[in-house]
Design a protein around this ligand. Structure first.
Ligand code: 8X3
Length: 258
């Protein structure tokens, strides 16, 4: 097996490319980021629950695809097994479920949002932190959201989870001061991916309606920003980047809402 089609950790050790780990890499921003970083010369290790998808994409971009459920300790342990050398971690796995007011909040949806966005990012970060520090020039990118900066009606399960994920990430920025690891938070607004399809439990009509009447960002728009961040020299830390479509001015205001 050539290093370009490596599918196990053993093969990675013979591959001299820097290693980037991307979670939630089976679609959307995660998949686009994996492609972007591979183009920039990284051996990308892609993790997602849908292992067939990450294996297929890994084969295409000369990376490694592994099953990963960030909500499951054992899955995270198996995923990081053999990952002794890591230069970049992109915490992208996460998402939203539902749009319920606080008064009728669905606790199962809340649990899922907190488990994936907050604890999921925490699990992977903890597991890979020693390798990122040992790399001498590590980078952790958290894909949060403008929901990590603002509250909006009916979104509290997601906005609270994104705020918590972001604060954990920002705290780590302080805690790692003096260590060779950069930390960047990327806060996208409306990006047309399967984000809304997941939020609305597969209701395509409702999901499509979110992006109708305006031009949203694409997953590639966000991935290019991750690529820019990763290509900065070691002394440059881009702390927080907010990107929205021109048609959106905040989580609560876009050209449709006025
Ligand atoms: C997605 C952006 O505005 O739907 O993270 O919360 S928003």
């Amino acid at each position: 097996m050539s290093p370009d089609t490596a599918t196990d950790a053993t093969a990675q050790t013979t591959d001299q490319r820097p290693i980037a780990v991307v979670t939630g890499a089976s679609s959307g921003i995660g998949a686009a980021t994996a492609r972007q970083l591979a183009e920039q010369g990284y051996h990308v290790v892609l993790g997602a629950r849908r292992v067939d998808r990450v294996e297929a994409l890994a084969a295409e971009i000369g990376g490694t695809g592994k099953q990963l459920d960030v909500t499951d300790e054992d899955s995270v342990a198996a995923f990081v097994e053999g990952l002794d050398r890591v230069n970049v971690l992109v915490n992208n796995a996460g998402g939203a479920k539902g749009l319920d007011p606080v008064s009728t909040a669905n606790l199962d949806d809340w649990r899922w949002m907190w488990e994936t966005n907050v604890l999921g990012s925490l699990r992977i970060t903890k597991a890979l932190l020693p390798a990122l520090i040992a790399s001498g020039d590590g980078l952790i990118v958290a894909i949060t959201s403008i929901a990590a900066l603002e509250a909006y009606d009916n979104g509290s399960g997601y906005t609270s989870a994104k705020h918590a994920q972001a604060v954990t990430h920002r705290t780590l920025r302080y805690e790692l001061l003096g260590k060779p690891v950069r930390l960047t938070e990327i806060c996208p607004g409306m990006v047309e991916t399967d984000f809304s399809l997941v939020r609305f439990e597969g209701d395509k009509e409702r999901a499509d309606a979110v992006y109708q009447g305006l031009t949203p960002l694409t997953a590639d728009d966000v991935a290019e920003v991750v690529g820019f961040v990763a290509s900065r020299p070691p002394h440059v830390n881009l702390d927080q980047i907010v990107l929205m479509p021109r048609d959106q001015a905040s989580a609560r205001r876009n050209i449709k809402t006025g």
